[in-house]
Design a protein around this ligand. Structure first.
Ligand SMILES: [Zn+2]
Length: 69
């Protein structure tokens, strides 16, 4: 299974396989611990994962789901 998570350092959305313990952010290089991150969404297949990421990024561009803190 795949999951979309937000990088704790740079705030970008990254995609990871759930079986992985950690995931390096491709944007800032931060090694995030998957178990400590909130899943923004899940997907079973790579195709679903790509669609999920696209949906989340489009939503973010519209200003939804962005934290103000
Ligand atoms: Zn990052």
């Amino acid at each position: 299974m795949y999951a979309a998570v937000r990088c704790p350092r740079c705030g970008r959305i990254i995609l990871t396989k759930v079986i992985h313990k950690t995931r390096s952010c491709p944007h800032c290089g931060y090694r995030a611990r998957i178990g400590e991150l909130r899943f923004l969404g899940r997907a079973e297949t790579p195709e679903q994962a790509v669609a999920l990421i696209r949906m989340l990024k489009e939503r973010e561009m519209r200003g939804e789901g962005r934290r103000t803190d």
